[in-house]
Design a protein around this ligand. Sequence first.
Ligand code: T1G
Ligand code: NAD
Length: 686
Amino acid sequence: MDPVRTEIEGRVAVVTIDNPPVNALSAAVRAGLAAAIADAERGPAEAILILGAGRLFIGGADISEFGKPPVEPFLPDVIAAIEACPKPVVAAIHGTSLGGGLEVALGCHYRLAMPGTKLGLPEVTLGILPGSGGTQRTPRLTGLRAAAEMITGGRPVGAEAAREMGLIDRIGEGEVRTAGLAYAEELAGSAPRPTGGMAAPEAEDLSDLRKTLQARARGQVAPLVALEAVETSARLPFADGLAEERRLFHHLMETPQRAGLIHAFFAERAVAKVPGIKGVAPRDIGHVGIVGGGTMGSGIATAALLSGLRVTLVERDTDALDRARATIGKNLDAAEKRGKLKDRAAVEGALTLALDYDALSEADLAVEAVFEAMDVKREVFAALDAAMRPGAVLATNTSYLDVNEIAAATSRPADVIGLHFFSPAHVMKLLEVVVADETAPDVVATGFALAKRLGKIAVRAGVCDGFIGNRILSAYRAAADHMVLDGASPYQVDRAIRGFGFPMGPYQVSDLAGLDIGFMTRERKAATAHPKDRRPVFADALYHAGQLGRKAGRGYYDYSDDPKGREDPEVARIVAEAQEGQRAFTDEEIVRRYMAAMVNESARVVDEGIAARPLDVDVVLLHGYGFPRHRGGPMHWADAEGMDRILADIRAFAEEDDHFWRPAPLLERLVAEGRTFADLNTGGRA
Ligand code: T1G
Ligand code: NAD
């Protein structure tokens, strides 16, 4: 079907873009739009109205065309033709208008948006900048600072805010087509009003914004380049500003950061396409039970309540229930402040606290979040099995334990699944859906449906110690610990890893999680540890000294007078005493070892089918572990870096330690065959 069609309604030529699912500006749409404007210009209509079919106006450029040879007509030329049209052109915007979609609207002479519409220039989140006039037209309408903030932040604004900024002229009422037609009829016969012909915005000093962006960038370039492009609008004539915008756009288009961010965009959507559950209907979930109201249970309860679900939380005693109630209350306070909670009373009314499993008899799904110990988990699952109705889903939030063994404590292992949330559970977007041997397909589908309801990104994981994320974490954490044992300072390791783009280094993360957590994990694994496994004895020493991290005011860092943490000479002494070597590391070597360990373990996780594809690993590390988004995730990064180089590193490290550094078979196979992880995302297994 034609993706662009024109109908004549009275004096107006109505041009509709119909390219599901998001009316992206593909080559066919650009050609259709250019032809429709040219036709309308020649025809009898006295005004032109541009609309999007379906649920939104235009979702932007067609991202799937990026990185491929560009096809004419180019979007800036199509928009220039709209702007140059001698008849008034009106954009009637509903749903969403992003990137090139908003730029089309800015090329129109008048803009109307429906209430609730989101308008934005999110290009920096894809590693580029608005490349079809957005950096030059926006400031002419809104002033330099507002445009710079919108474009460098990448966050959309609502219709009301857009009108206040001057981005749109009007807010429509009723139905978008009718509202747009009425506006176009009003304007029919009048002179066009090209944004490009408006006066340049006044120059303003934006050095404060530049500083903020630099502080936040963590190596990402697009926001700063976008700022530069917006600033030219106050300096250069319109046509020269457009040319400069184009130059900077093409420069960003060629960066690996653009490739990384676009990979992340598509990977986040691909994780929901899980082999084996296509077309499988999920079970209905309206009432969620939670066992354990500690850190995780309270967070999960908050997330469920904020999504409009009924929640029943079971704890061991009234003190624990009171603590859970208080934590959930605090979480709801914060949500209310951010405007994420409309009806507090209704949400609180949907929460039941109980001491007895009978309270869960009507729940559709229960999430267990009690202590991380197999005997406790098995007891809880036996009780859930007895209390819950047939057809209910029984889920565990365990971080490491064997979900098959937990399922075996029930009479219905097909209904048992892992739902591994991340802390804080009402904030973190990631959910690992852990599929055990006997988990039924519709239970897996239910896990994904629940994630969607909670606004989370779900990734399928298989059963192993730590699933996808924590298993890979154990490997790169160990690489960091080995470097400290061999002479690196934890502070240097943290700095090097932040330099790569992680928000925190591994020892800052330890302080946040609590050093007792790591200690307990080491104790739990000690029985099955290999004699050649190297224990981070410096971490044990800090644990025994009571330096448990942030919650104790001291861990690797001292938080007593600085909430961000200060380096601590006492820690340096404890670590030095426990170190086994005194070798110096460059920051570069630290990153290479850390990343090699991460990529190597990721390859095993893919090879064993714990992750369905490399992109599933990428999404887990991006959303659960602070992996820098502009690098796309460890698997995308490995492809970009060159897998042969990484394999060579692993082999070189193995010369000193062939117990820890063993090349993953998948890595060796891919290098031998000249293939990449990306090949496995689309094609078959290696
Ligand atoms: N291009 C190609 N495919 C796209 C797309 C796009 N712009 N946007 C979405 N899709 C696909 C997506 O992969 C998914 O596919 C399906 O559409 C539904 O998406 C020149 C350079 C518009 C708010 O950054 O933010 O314009 O998985 O699940 O939740 O300056 O999609 O079904 O196969 O996300 O309803 C700027 C990106 C581009 C917007 C709708 N535009 N899209 O959300 O659906 S750069 C963006 C979104 C640009 C100019 C430049 C959202 C949405 P599949 P979905 P949704
Ligand atoms: P927590 O110690 O904060 O909370 C555990 C709660 O469970 C306590 O309030 C305790 O009273 C309650 N409890 C214990 N036994 C119970 C029983 N038989 N019946 C009812 N309640 C019981 O622990 P947490 O950090 O919330 O972790 C809970 C689970 O989530 C663990 O399996 C952990 O591995 C997992 N997890 C934790 C994190 C994290 O970052 N903290 C992240 C993901 C998963």
